[in-house]
Design a protein around this ligand. Structure first.
Ligand SMILES: Nc1nc2c(ncn2[C@@H]2O[C@H](COP(=O)(O)OP(=O)(O)OP(=O)(O)O)[C@@H](O)[C@H]2O)c(=O)[nH]1
Length: 366
């Protein structure tokens, strides 16, 4: 009897022990689900993406740029998660609308716009007798796309080349990086590009621009450190005209929108650039999407002082919100022309409202 008992105990220990090891060895895998592995955005090459080589030195693999629908991992889109929770409830009552408004505000759309959007969707829902949350959320999506869908997002061109594009914005938002990416994009489309190192304030900016320019084989015009930025931009435009460039992309130093003297300097750069070229076809305000509604204040300040014609919304890969895009277009009527989705040379893509709305509401667009 005791031998039988001993055998049973040994069997139990062995089976239990191995079960324990099986469980332990499985645990890390289970943890991957729903975190890193599952939520990593799919790497997609956007339609018309330039086929440039990998940017890292020695990299043999081409860098694949992300499409907008892969930029915000679903589990990180705040609005997408909130809408998924609301859809699951399947009840279209007061609570639903309050929750929706909160979710929009939390995603950086701003109070006024969030209230307005909810009001408008709610009216449509009642008018059309919609009772399902699914259908209401689809209406929200349509309304969001409509609010973004009426701007010209192409780069403005002048009557005669080169078209001059000034990049402005506060410090560290990604102006220099965006110039590098846009130069690569344009030159991959066969355009001749000259870049102007007009940020003569930050010592490393000109070198940074030179590095970007080398990668896409575009020319850089720079001045001495501390040189008058307007004269650097003037020289670059003259050079661009002489070599038959299609575009001159001009960097400027980062500045706060409420510093009058720095805004005056921007006006001077613009005046001088216009003397050299006849027209500055585009003033692109670079905004960091992770700064949320603060971006709207920046846009207001720069729009007044520098006649901004378009926005580049950078670092969308670093935020779960992104709603500031709606606030900028709805309040200021400035079109978002490009979005930055990372630090690589191909991580700048034309803004596509539909893909963007599907992205931040948590579904992939068809
Ligand atoms: N993740 C991510 N990082 C970006 C993006 N765009 C720029 N960056 C990073 O943001 C940092 C600042 O970029 P810069 O291009 O130097 O910014 P800047 O506006 O020229 O800076 P100042 O000259 O100081 O005003 C760098 O580390 C860039 O790699 C983007 O779309 N996504």
């Amino acid at each position: 009897m005791s031998i039988v008992l001993a055998v049973v105990v040994v069997v139990l220990v062995v089976v239990g022990g191995s079960a324990f090891f099986v469980l332990r060895s499985k645990k890390p895998k289970a943890m991957e689900v729903g975190t890193e592995t599952e939520t990593k955005p799919a790497l997609k090459s956007p339609a018309g993406a330039p086929s440039l080589e990998g940017e890292e030195a020695g990299s043999k693999e081409p860098v694949i740029s992300r499409g907008l629908d892969g930029s915000l991992p679903k589990s990180r889109s705040l609005l997408g998660s909130a809408l998924a929770r609301m859809r699951a409830k399947r009840a279209l009552g007061e609570e639903f609308w309050v929750e929706l408004e909160e979710a929009l505000i939390l995603s950086d759309l701003g109070l006024d716009l969030s209230v307005d959007l909810v009001e408008s969707v709610r009216n449509k829902v009642y008018k059309e007798g919609v009772t399902a949350t699914d259908a209401a959320l689809e209406m929200l999506r349509e309304e969001m796309i409509e609010r973004l869908d009426h701007s010209n997002r192409d780069l403005n061109l002048g009557d005669a080349p080169p078209s001059v594009v000034l990049f402005v914005g506060v410090n560290g938002v990604g102006k220099t990086t965006s110039i590098g990416k846009l130069a690569a994009l344009l030159s991959s489309e066969g355009k001749k590009v000259v870049v102007a190192a007009g940020d003569t304030f930050r010592a490393a900016a000109a070198e940074q621009l030179e590095m970007w320019a080398q990668r896409s084989d575009v020319q850089v015009v720079k001045g001495a450190s501390g040189a008058d930025p307007a004269s650097v931009v003037f020289d670059a435009i003259s050079h661009g005209a002489a070599v038959g460039a299609d575009f001159v992309l001009a960097d400027t130093a980062g500045r706060l929108q409420n510093r009058q003297n720095l805004m005056d300097e921007l006006k001077k750069i613009r005046r001088v650039a216009e003397k050299a070229s006849g027209t500055v076809t585009e003033v692109l305000l670079v905004l960091d999407a992770t700064t949320g509604q603060n971006g709207l204040l920046q846009a207001q300040g720069f729009a007044e002082a520098a006649s901004v014609t378009g926005v580049i919304l950078t670092k969308l890969d670093g935020t779960a919100k992104g709603g500031v895009a709606f606030a900028i277009e709805d309040k200021l009527h400035i079109p978002i022309k490009f979005v930055g989705l990372g630090e690589g040379i191909l991580d700048l893509v034309p803004f596509d409202p539909k893909a963007f709305v599907y992205e931040i509401t948590g579904e992939v667009s068809q």
